[in-house]
Design a protein around this ligand. Structure first.
Ligand code: ATP
Ligand code: TZE
Ligand code: MG
Length: 257
């Protein structure tokens, strides 16, 4: 299990430091993830122009790379930003959305990981299995597997890359080599709106911006997601009100944690 105490500390640090989180993310979730970062007290910026990503990452506390809606120019920007982040010692979180569903996505994920090993990789079970080349059955951007099916794949990836891998799902697994933590809070409603995984990845970015230990940062982020999702679902009639309640509960989480 993840420790509760670091969650409080991480939340407080985010509110106090308001880390700038540079996102190169997809068209579907740009608005949701920017709002989630604001609600938690971080400062989001969405920037993908080749001309500016190096400048932007140099003033950011963390870089989020999400390959949800790829095109060739965006891939170049992702590689440029990732290399600059690595050179500057900034943490990188990578969301390999839909990896395994197309050759372009698989090749892009490999290029990004080769350009600069991400500090944390967060994906659903199918994505993590595809990354470790244990499956090629990613169903679009949704998972075709339960999160526990991907534990061996995540351990293999984490050992190879010497980083932290997060498998999201009904239970989230945070894996750093032999260290494995679980988060079981959350709600099935979270899979009924788009972009909850992307939001988890963005919040990992905020946590990495204030917490040097990647495993702790990823644990805190997944707890934040789980606690918020659970509280929001209790107040919601369906996906519409859930989205609104999720942001409100995220904003109020500081007092509850
Ligand atoms: N059945 C469930 N019960 C509890 N929490 C869940 C459930 N399904 C998803 N979640 C939570 O929802 C969040 C997103 O995880 P999920 O695995 O659905 O991401 P994803 O497939 O990448 O989503 P997307 O691509 O739409 O952004 C995580 O915080 C996870 O814990
Ligand atoms: C639905 C969808 N398609 C590409 S990215 C995205 C957001 C959830 O991953
Ligand atoms: Mg996803």
């Amino acid at each position: 299990m993840c420790e509760k105490h670091p969650l409080n500390k991480t939340l407080l640090n985010i509110k106090e430091q308001s880390p700038l989180v540079h996102n190169i993310t997809n068209y579907v979730v740009m608005n949701n993830t920017a709002n989630a970062l604001l609600a938690i007290g971080a400062s989001p910026v969405m920037a993908h122009a080749l001309e500016e990503v190096e400048d932007m990452v140099s003033i950011a506390a963390a870089l989020v790379i999400n390959m949800g809606t790829l095109s060739e120019k965006w891939v170049d920007a992702m590689l440029l930003a990732a290399k600059r982040a690595k050179a500057l010692g900034k943490p990188i979180v990578f969301d390999p959305v839909g990896v395994g569903a197309s050759q372009f996505r698989t090749e892009t994920a490999q290029k990004i990981i080769q350009a600069a090993t991400p500090t944390v990789i967060r994906g659903n079970a199918s994505e993590i299995m595809a990354l470790a080349q244990m499956a090629n059955s990613t169903k679009g951007v949704d998972s075709a597997h339960a999160s526990q099916d991907a534990i061996a794949a995540a351990q293999q990836l984490s050992n190879t890359l010497a980083n932290t891998i997060v498998i999201s799902g009904a239970t989230d697994y945070i894996i750093s080599g032999a260290q494995i933590s679980e988060v079981s809070e959350g709600s099935p409603m979270m899979a009924k709106v788009t972009g909850m995984g992307c939001t988890a990845t963005a919040i990992i970015g905020a946590c990495l911006g204030v917490e040097a230990d990647a495993h702790m940062a990823a644990c805190a982020a997944m707890q934040i997601m789980g606690l918020t999702g659970q509280a929001a679902a209790e107040l919601s009639l369906g996906p519409g009100s859930f989205q609104m309640n999720f942001l409100d509960q995220l904003f109020q989480l500081q007092d509850k944690a």
